[in-house]
Design a protein around this ligand. Sequence first.
Ligand code: PRP
Ligand code: MG
Ligand code: ZN
Length: 226
Amino acid sequence: VPAGRDRLRIAIQKNGRLAEPARALLASCGMSWRESRDRLFCYGESLPVDLLLVRDDDIPGLIADGVCDLGIVGRNVMAEQDGARRASGAAPAFREWRALGFGDCHLALAIPEGEAWESPAQLAGKRIATSYPALLSEWLAREGVQAEVVLLSGSVEIAPRLGQADAICDLVSSGATLAANQLKPVVTLFESEAVLAGPMQDLDAARGELVELLLRRLDGALRIRN
Ligand code: PRP
Ligand code: MG
Ligand code: ZN
């Protein structure tokens, strides 16, 4: 952690589903920003709280490294990266501080529409495409099924049509992407929503007070919404 930093830094998604609602939630806590020209860093004006606009997958790592104090990210991203850290023997480095009540989606196993679903056992020896290898592997282990995990960072839903996989494991929100690719969800592995992510421990003095102010306002905003 850079010594003497007295401004708070919050990482949010630059583009994508959580970007706008995350900003709106922080604005409802009384924050406003002057945007930099490249729009990757927003300097806080009403409070000493700056925004960093990044890829959502980078948010847990930025918190783990102390580059950012807090982040708004899907619980799915946190859980996947936490699982990967655990699998490699690394200590937990971030945790969920608050559930935020938007960005609901779930991680689902899906198979081609024309195929019958009996039980997880039928996946034995099959290939499953996913961007969530840790969560999928944990589930397969729990079910006692040995399958091949095919790692793709996006467009996972076309893998079965390309003959690259027999099933997929991906996030489902409206279900439109699955339907458009003639896939049907058969098991929900994980329920997700946007969360406020932070380090394992509380923050130190100066930023700690700022975080407390922010959390009070955030809890107030969440009470009004939910
Ligand atoms: C997610 C997910 C699915 C899609 C599901 O992708 O990977 O492809 O959304 O949403 P739906 O059920 O409403 O169709 P996202 O748009 O986040 O892009 P990414 O996979 O590139 O991160
Ligand atoms: Mg994504
Ligand atoms: Zn769900």
